[in-house]
Design a protein around this ligand. Sequence first.
Ligand code: CA
Length: 219
Amino acid sequence: MRVLLVEDDLMIGESLSEALQDEAYTVDWVKDGRQAILTLKIQPYDIILLDLGLPEIDGMGVLTVIRDAKIDTPVLIVTARDQLKDRIAGLDLGADDYVVKPFELGEVFARMRVLIRRAQGKADNQLSVANLSLDTAHKRVVMDASPVDLTAKEYMLLTTFMLAPEKVMSKTELEDSLYGWGGEVESNAIEFLIHSLRKKLGQNRIKNVRGLGWYISNI
Ligand code: CA
């Protein structure tokens, strides 16, 4: 799952960005509102973490522009305590929720999960496909009642597939969901991950459609 982090404070930005990656999110970080808007016009995200006090265009401006442009990605405002009026205005402008700085990371992650699953029309953190289930809160994967041990990238890829069972995803789509701007992508990284997932989950769970991509099979 891919996150756009919009934060001009370098310390907060760096620690949030690292913590998000540890939570198996793919993170792109921009430091002003103009960059945020440009980025959102070309790259889809699962969620946006938006600071309000930003150079160039502030968080309110970003919200106004993206909602006007019908970009309906969930937005979690992350802002300082003394901006109550701004937080209310932010929600009215189309943000989905907010957390107040200084924040507890656990709360940020929990609120992100709520917004992401709401966008997916789900009430809990469980994804299920056939004999597989995946718990996005605890990062646990179970197959036929036995836990499956996955690397972070394998987990991220499996989540991408399980969010849209039976949907064929191209190599580019899969790379986009797993690697942010900073990450070097080896040309066969996706094939390699699919190979190792098949070893752990069985050869038939992830199917290939020649020339188009792969999907996770419901059967
Ligand atoms: Ca700021």
